[in-house]
Design a protein around this ligand. Sequence first.
Ligand SMILES: NC(=O)c1ccc[n+]([C@@H]2O[C@H](COP(=O)([O-])OP(=O)(O)OC[C@H]3O[C@@H](n4cnc5c(N)ncnc54)[C@H](OP(=O)(O)O)[C@@H]3O)[C@@H](O)[C@H]2O)c1
Length: 246
Amino acid sequence: MKLRIALVTGASRGIGAATALKLAQQGCDVAVNYLSRADAAHTVVQQIESLGRRAIAVQADVSDYAQVHQMIETTVRELGGLHILVNNAGYSSHGGIEQLSLEEWHRMLAVTLNGAFYCAQLAVPYMRQAGWGRIVNISSLRALTGSAHSPHYATAKAGLLGLTKSLALELAPYNITVNAVAPGYTDTEMNRKSLAEKGEQIRASIPLKRIASPEEIASVIAFLCSDAASYITGETVTVTGGIYMR
Ligand SMILES: NC(=O)c1ccc[n+]([C@@H]2O[C@H](COP(=O)([O-])OP(=O)(O)OC[C@H]3O[C@@H](n4cnc5c(N)ncnc54)[C@H](OP(=O)(O)O)[C@@H]3O)[C@@H](O)[C@H]2O)c1
C-alpha cells in the first residue's frame, strides 16, 4: 500500500488504539488523538514507531472547532498530509427521557455528531488535494436498535449514519469513500461496568456467545480504509457477533 497518513480520534485506548495500530501495520503514519490521557496516547505512539511508522499524539476535544482545527493543522504539518480520518472518539452515559439533563444531551451530540462533522469538514480539503481519501465513522449497534436507557447516545450514533451517506454522495467524485462501522458489545473501558454486572447475560444473547475484542472491530475499520475497499461507500458495516439479527 502507498504511504497514507491517518488521523484516528479517541485513539489513546480501546477501539481507537487498536485501529491506529492496525493502520500502522497497513503502512500508515498515524496521528493519535486523545482527550485527557496523554500517557496512554504516547504509549500508542511508541507502539506505532516500533512498527517502523511515524506517529504523533495530538490532544483535542473533538467537540471544540478551534481545537479540531489545530489538531488537523498539526497532523498535516508534522506528518505531511491527511488521507484517512477515523471518527472514533466517543463516550457513553445513561439516562432515560425524564432523567437526562439538557447538558448531557447537548454534550453527547457535541462530541459524537459535531465532532465527526468538524473533523470531516477540516480534513476533506487535504483528501481532495491528494485525490484519494477515506472517512470511517464509528457508530453503534444502538443507532440501529435504539436504546431504552441512552436515547442521546442512540440518536447521536444514528445521526452519524446520515452524515456518512450524505458525505459519501458528495465526496464520491473526489475518490473519497465514507463508511460507518456499527460495533456491538466490545471489550473496552466504555462498557466494562455493564460487562462486569451483566456479562453472562450479554454473552448469552450474542449468537457468537462472546464479546468482541477491540482488534476485531479495528480490522473492519482498517479494511474500509484500505485500497481493497475502493468500491464501498455510504455503507454501514455491523460488527456485532450476529446480535443485530436477533
Ligand atoms: N465498546 C463498545 O462496546 C462500543 C460499542 C459500539 C460503539 N462503540 C463506539 O466506539 C468508539 C470507541 O469506543 P471505545 O469502547 O473504544 O471507548 P473507550 O475505550 O472509552 O475510549 C474512548 C476514546 O475516546 C476518547 N475521547 C472521549 N471523548 C473525547 C473527546 N471529546 N475528544 C477527543 N477524544 C475523546 C478517549 O480519550 P482519553 O483516553 O484521553 O479519555 C478515548 O481515547 C466510540 O465512539 C463508541 O461509542 C463502542
